[in-house]
Design a protein around this ligand. Structure first.
Ligand SMILES: O=C[C@H](O)COP(=O)(O)O
Length: 250
């Protein structure tokens, strides 16, 4: 399982760089603009320069409206700025067809410029609270749009977590659907260390965190701490070892 960490700017990205041995992807966002809030192009560029070259930089394009042209142009902006993982939160899409239209525009805009870039179609575990496409629709939306991964995060950061909205069995189904479609499955949403056993067992490819590696577990007032990134990674590794040692159920 890969570890994606979301700093809110250059200062926290430098904290990620200090913990670079313990993480896989640095994900630039602007949390005060929403769960997948987009940061400025110059911040993406500066962070690309600050983290080791072998660590991919991801950028969120925002909790986007159903405006395919606007979103495609924003996604290209993130790519030109140096991000190679482009994450789109399909906040304003109420039907799978709308979401596919948005993601097709993103895939074309991004891959015309950078064919090896990785496009992530993200929905929300708490979609029922905001009226957007349902979580289990994401793998098919990602597949039909040519995206590379399907993701879930939570839209409303009020202390509720991924499993409060999409229980472990349903997250397992999400991962299965993504894998059947040839995609990676990414899961996030106030994930804590105690969730790692389940996330490992169901075969999650990428886990995204912020709050869990911030001081005091607080994604807003806390800052990312390299020590907490290392501890989170150690826990991931422990679960990976235990899972590998567990005989597969027949
Ligand atoms: O992409 C991952 C998100 O930044 C998760 O943030 P969170 O762990 O604070 O919910």
């Amino acid at each position: 399982m890969l570890l994606l960490i979301s700093p809110d700017g250059v200062e926290e990205a430098l904290a990620c760089a200090k913990a670079a041995d313990h993480l896989d992807i640095v994900d630039v966002k602007k949390p005060d603009e929403g769960s997948l809030g987009a940061n400025y192009p110059w911040v993406i560029r500066e962070i690309r320069g600050a983290v080791p070259a072998d660590k991919p930089v991801s950028a969120t394009v925002g909790d986007v409206p159903y405006k395919p042209g606007t979103v495609a142009q924003a996604a290209l902006g993130a790519t030109v700025s140096g991000a190679t993982y482009i994450k789109v939160g399909l906040y304003g899409c109420t039907t799978p067809d709308q979401a596919i239209e948005v993601m097709r525009g993103v895939v074309r805009a991004v891959k015309d410029f950078r064919p090896d870039a990785f496009v992530v179609a993200s929905g929300y575990a708490d979609a029922h609270r905001i009226g957007c496409v349902s979580p289990l629709a994401l793998p098919d939306i990602a597949r039909r749009s040519g995206s590379d991964a399907a993701m879930l995060d939570t839209a409303i950061k009020d202390g509720t977590r991924l499993f409060d909205h999409v229980p472990p069995e349903a997250c397992g189904e999400f991962v299965r659907l993504a894998h059947d479609a040839g995609l990676l499955a990414a899961l996030a949403g106030s994930v804590k260390r105690e969730d790692l056993a389940v996330l490992t067992r169901i075969g999650t490819d990428i886990v995204g965190v912020r709050g869990a590696v911030c001081e005091g577990g607080d994604r807003n007032s806390g800052r990312i701490q390299p020590r907490l990134v290392a501890e989170f990674r150690a826990e991931m590794d422990r679960h990976a070892r235990e899972h590998a040692a567990t005989p597969a159920a027949s």
